[in-house]
Design a protein around this ligand. Sequence first.
Ligand SMILES: Nc1ncnc2c1ncn2[C@@H]1O[C@H](COP(=O)(O)OP(=O)(O)O)[C@@H](O)[C@H]1O
Ligand SMILES: N[C@@H](CCC(=O)OP(=O)(O)O)C(=O)O
Length: 391
Amino acid sequence: MTFQVNKDDGLFYRQTLFDQAKRVVIKVGSAVLTDENGLDLNIIGNIARQVSFLQSTGRQVILVSSGAVAAGRKRLGVVKTAHEELRVKQALAATGQGLLMQAYEQAFADFNQPVAQVLLTHADLSHRGRYLNVRNTILTLFEFGVVPIINENDTVSAEELRFSDNDTLGALMTNMIGADMFIILTDVDSLYTGNPSVDPDARPIYTVASITRDIERMAGQSTSLVGTGGMMAKIRAAKMVAACGSCSFIGPGRHPDILRALFSGELVGTFFLPGKGKINRRKHWIAYVLKPQGFLVVDDGARRALVEQGKSLLPSGVTEVRGSFAIGAPVQCLDRSGAVIAAGLSNYASIDIERIKGKKTREIEAILGGKDSDEIIHRDNLVIMGREGGQ
Ligand SMILES: Nc1ncnc2c1ncn2[C@@H]1O[C@H](COP(=O)(O)OP(=O)(O)O)[C@@H](O)[C@H]1O
Ligand SMILES: N[C@@H](CCC(=O)OP(=O)(O)O)C(=O)O
C-alpha cells in the first residue's frame, strides 16, 4: 500500500523528529484514565512521572486530559445509557473534573511539578481575542515551568458548539501554540488496518506518510466503552496537525513507560509524518477553529483557480449558496461533487451572494448598488483544504 513508508526510513525520521520536538501536546483518553473503579491512579501516576521527565529534559508539555465524565459517573453511580441527555453528562463532568484535577495535582506533586487547570469551550477559541488570550496564558504557564492540563468545559458547552471530542481539542491546542508534536494516548496500541476489537485480521500500521482516504476508511467511529470520538476523531486530529507542519503519534496509554520508549526511539504505536506545507496560525484559525456558517458551491473553473492557481474566489465561479450568513462569516467552498475544497471568510452576506453568483465582478456594483470588494473570499482569508499543508 502506498501510505506506508519503509519501516526503517520511518524509524529514522521518527527519531529525528522526537529529538527535535521541544514543545509537545499529549492527549490522554478516558479509556486510558479510568477502569471499572473510576480514575486509575496508577496510570495517572505513570503519566505524571513521564510528563515530569519530559519537562526535565527542557521540553514544554501540555496535557489534554479526558476522564471527567467517566470519573463523575463512577462517583455518582450513574449507569451509562445509549442516549444519555446532555445535562446528565454535564453534571457528571462537573463532578468528575474536580476528582481528575485532584488526582493530577497529587500525582505531579511527587515530582515537584506544578500543574494548572485550563477549561475551554469552542466559543472561547472562535473569538479571536479570547483565542489569543488562551494562547498567552499557556505561553506564560510555560515560562513558569507549569504543565497546563486542558479539558473541555463540558458544563457550559452547548451541543452544537462543542469541540466534537478531546482529540480535536488537542489538535487545536497543538496548532495554537505551534507545538512540534501531538501525542494521542489511547486504549489500543496503534492505528490498525481495521478496528481490532471486531476485526481479527487487523494489522498495526507503524508510519503514515500522508492521511489518504484509505487511512480514513480504516478508522471506525466506534469507540471504547467510555471514549467519545473513536479512531476516526484521532485521524482527523492528526490531519489537522499535519496541515500545520507538525507530526502526530497514536499509541498505548497504558504502557507504563510509553513516553520514554517513544523519545528513545522504540518502534511503538503509529507515527504520522508532518504535512509538506504549513499554513500560518491565522489561516489555521479560519480553517479549523471556526465552524462554517454556510457553504458556497463552485464550478470547475473556480475550483481550479482556487486549488491550482492560488487565486481568490470571484462571484462568477459560485453556482449555489447554502445557509444564511452575514459579512465576514466563515464558510466552506464545495466542488460540484460536494467535497470541501476550501474554507474562508466571506466578504459578502449570503443574501447578496445569491444575487451576484455567476456574475462578472464589474456587474456587482449595478446589482447591489455598491461594491465592498471584487472577491467573495480574498486569497488572504482562504485556505485550501483536503490536501496536505493547505495554503
Ligand atoms: N482502525 C482502528 N485501529 C485502532 N482502533 C480502532 C480502529 N477503529 C476503531 N477503533 C476503536 O477506537 C478506540 C479508541 O478510541 P476512543 O474509545 O475514542 O478512545 P479514547 O478514550 O482514548 O479517546 C479503540 O478502543 C478501538 O475500539
Ligand atoms: N471532556 C470529556 C471527554 C471527551 C472525550 O473526547 O473523551 P475521549 O474520547 O475519552 O478522549 C471528559 O472529560 O469526560
